[in-house]
Design a protein around this ligand. Structure first.
Ligand code: SAM
Ligand code: SF4
Length: 723
């Protein structure tokens, strides 16, 4: 049966396949490429060397068929009878079947069948084009273009070739009507500030603290341009969606959010849609093609440069793709002033990007290489926050312990912490925290610096462990063992017995056996974390682990140690050499040919060599030629069960750690009113635990007061004010 095909579809496929065998000469080869082939759209003119932009509609020449549409990208299955076509359309419309696999199996058009049915981009022009004619003749094409269809819809049209079951894969829309008035504003002498003045914006932020900090900078950029926040996102003139791609469904979420905004634009509203962040970086121009209403896709490294990015959109009516990986995220002498979401606590980036290569993680692909900000920039920002009345800063980096290794002369994170502590003291003992520490890089010196500056550096360590099993940690490319992790925690607790220690864990990575998972639970028992962020492993595009399919077992069967090999050629040689040795051993042992053990060796050799062919074609982000070869993926139900178990333990430990506060008097920095109980305020202990207590927000926000803790919950404490 075809992958994903229901029995109903399977039966139709059988029927059509029988016909396919008996049908001849329907396949004509196209003589030249079709005008709308998607590859053409990828050739965007490069503007200014740092981003790509294009005139809307410049790459399309079609006249509209359905109003506002330029072209449709389609796939087809050509069949001989209307009965089969209609049955297939109905079945494909309701069932979750793989259209491409069905086209390969049963389409009578050999050209498109070889490409999973792909016909390419089609327009509504009443002009015969030889290449398209051989695939979907003019009458059928025009009929198709006049039907009101959306991506995913399946329809049937007829031609002299037969019955075309066509799926709409994508639609290219003409947005020039909406953007026409923006075109050439620059030639009329209009400045960006003038074009933006009086406009409103809405910002939607997904994901981690890094994104929260980027959003604050983006908002600062919008305010600098004279915009104001819209009371409601649905009415905003500029929409910024700051996206996260750490977990699955991220891309789908973005498209579903963009949908209603895109409709506003298609309905003629002059709305500017900006997709920023990690999904934008990952999807790039593909996002502009799939959602042509989007004006800008911009990677996280452009957060300081919103004005540059918007110039092409607002003054020239272009679409802008700002995803160049080499573009620096640093301040470039004058960073945008962030619009902070709090007046009390603030994020301060110390480094952007990441140089690690954890095999599951998309961050190095989306946020680029590690770039440390200069100590001068960081200290200036903290000093200015202190002068503006901020009471706490959190230093941000994917791996704060790597701070300064890209600088000449090299700097260290502990030196930076010392300098930050000095600035914080000038501002009435402002609190300082930092995330994220990496178990491989965190040093005794960082722990000592926190301990010896405990008036301002808070005793809080967020150190993602990810797993408690050494083999899984090796597969993840984390560069430490569980023993090293436990040593780090011991060192922290020796110097700072009351320190808060939190971690991240991923369950259900390929290669995580039941025993390996038990070791993760054992590590948690050994540490007893104050808090844990847990997640089921989600295969991310462009990461090595996402490509693993169990081929490493074949190498194990042969006795070839993958981790010792440097490249695919060396691996192939090892496979052949080991096979030869095993064959000689078999010959010596004089075993029979039908020996099952030998069969498994022969199969393993074939599978290992096939895996190496695949490894050679692994995505460019696969940092090692063999990183695309690994254990099998974990079934979803195993991931879910493990996630539930780890969460139960994490919650129990968090509660246990909370309970130690009961009866203590803690200095709590008040951050805001409790929105659920307005007579209460909410703040944090030095150890970062949330505390709720009765108090007047007007009087207390921004102050540190003593609070007696009277109740402990898993994620928060309840107290009463004593000073
Ligand atoms: N730099 C930090 C570190 O070294 O662990 C973490 C940064 S990452 C943005 C935050 C967390 O997301 C990770 O610690 C990991 O637990 C989780 N994560 C990353 N990739 C994931 C994936 N593919 N599936 C599930 N969780 C993932
Ligand atoms: Fe991702 Fe690893 Fe870098 Fe953290 S250290 S951002 S998990 S690659």
């Amino acid at each position: 049966m075809q992958p994903g095909a229901s029995p109903e579809i399977h039966e139709i496929a059988q029927k059509a396949r029988r016909k396919k065998k008996g049908t001849k000469a329907l396949a004509l080869r196209p003589k030249k490429a079709r005008w709308g082939d998607a590859d053409k759209i990828r050739d965007l003119p490069v503007e200014g060397g740092w981003s790509q932009s294009r005139q809307r509609g410049a790459s399309t020449k079609a006249t509209d068929a359905v109003e506002g549409e330029k072209a449709r990208r389609c796939s087809q299955i050509l069949v001989a009878t209307s009965g089969v076509a209609n049955e297939l359309r109905d079945a494909l419309s309701k069932a979750k079947a793989d259209f491409g696999a069905m086209a390969e199996a049963m389409s009578l058009c050999e050209v498109t069948s070889a490409k999973k049915g792909d016909v390419g981009w089609l327009d509504g022009k009443d002009v015969v084009d030889d290449a398209t004619e051989s695939l979907l003749p003019l009458t059928a094409r025009l009929e198709l273009m006049q039907k009101p269809l959306k991506p995913g819809d399946v329809s049937v049209v007829q031609s002299h070739l037969g019955y075309h079951v066509v799926k709409i894969d994508d639609i290219m829309r003409d947005l020039s009507l909406v953007t026409k008035k923006r075109k050439n504003a620059i030639d009329k002498g209009i400045t960006l500030e003038e074009a933006c003045a009086g406009k409103t914006y809405a910002m939607v932020t997904m994901g981690c603290q890094m994104n929260a900090a980027d959003s604050e900078r983006l908002e600062g950029g919008l305010l600098d341009l004279g915009m104001t926040e819209a009371p409601e996102a649905k009415d905003a003139d500029v929409i910024i969606l700051n996206t996260c791609s750490i977990r699955e469904h991220a891309e789908a979420k973005v498209y579903s959010y963009v949908g209603p905004q895109a409709k506003r634009k298609r309905d003629g509203e002059d709305v500017t849609i900006v997709v920023a962040g990690c999904v934008a970086q990952q999807e790039g121009a593909r996002l502009l093609r799939r959602a042509p209403e989007v004006d800008v896709v911009m990677g996280p490294q452009y957060a300081n440069r919103l004005a540059d990015v918007l110039e092409g959109v607002m003054l020239r009516g272009e679409q802008v793709e700002a995803t160049s990986a080499s573009y620096g995220a640093l301040d470039h002498g004058g960073s945008t002033t962030s619009r902070r979401s709090s007046d009390v606590v603030a994020w301060v980036n110390v480094a952007h990007g990441c140089n690690e290569r954890c095999t599951y993680c998309v961050v190095p692909n989306t946020r680029g290489v590690e770039q440390s900000r200069t100590p001068e920039d960081i200290l200036r920002e903290i000093d200015s926050l202190g002068r503006s009345g901020y009471r706490e800063v959190t230093l941000l980096g994917q791996n704060v312990d790597a701070y300064g290794r890209d600088m000449r002369p090299r700097r260290t994170f502990s030196d930076l912490l010392e300098a930050v502590a000095d600035v914080a003291r000038k501002h009435d003992n402002m609190r300082v925290r930092f995330v994220t520490s990496h178990p491989r890089y965190i040093t005794e010196s960082v722990i000592d610096t926190v301990a010896s500056n405990d008036d301002v550096l808070m005793p809080v360590f967020h150190i993602p462990a990810q797993s408690g099993d050494d083999e899984v940690l090796r597969l993840m490319g984390r560069g430490y063992t569980s023993e090293r992790y436990l040593r780090v925690v011991s060192a922290i607790r020796e110097r700072l017995p009351d320190a808060t220690v939190s971690g991240d864990f991923i369950v259900g990575c390929p290669g995580e056996s039941d025993e390996a998972f038990e070791k993760t639970l054992a590590l948690m028992d050994a540490v007893v974390f104050d808090a844990c962020m847990t997640a089921a492993y989600s295969p991310r595009p462009g990461t090595p682990m996402a490509h693993w399919d169990g081929a490493s077992v074949a190498f194990e069967t042969l006795g070839v140690e993958l981790k010792r090999l440097k490249n695919v050629d060396e691996a192939r040689e090892s496979v052949h050499a080991r096979f030869k040795v095993l064959a000689q051993q078999k010959a010596k042992a004089n075993k029979h040919d039908d020996d099952a053990e030998w069969d498994s060796v022969v199969i393993a050799k074939r599978e290992a060599l096939e895996a190496l062919d695949r490894a050679e074609k692994a995505p460019p982000s696969a940092f090692h030629p063999l990183s695309g070869v690994g254990p099998a993926q974990c079934p979803d139900e195993v991931k879910e069960e493990r996630l539930q178990r780890i969460n139960e333990k994490a919650d129990a430990h968090a509660l246990r750690r909370s309970e130690r506060y009961v009866g203590r008097i803690e200095p709590v920095l008040v951050e805001s009113r409790n929105t659920r109980v307005p007579t209460q305020v909410v703040g944090r202990t030095r150890g970062n635990k949330l505390v709720f207590f009765e108090g007047d927000a007007e009087e207390l926000v921004g102050r540190t007061v003593d609070v007696r803790i009277i109740e402990a919950n898993t994620f928060s404490l309840v107290g009463e004010r004593v000073s």
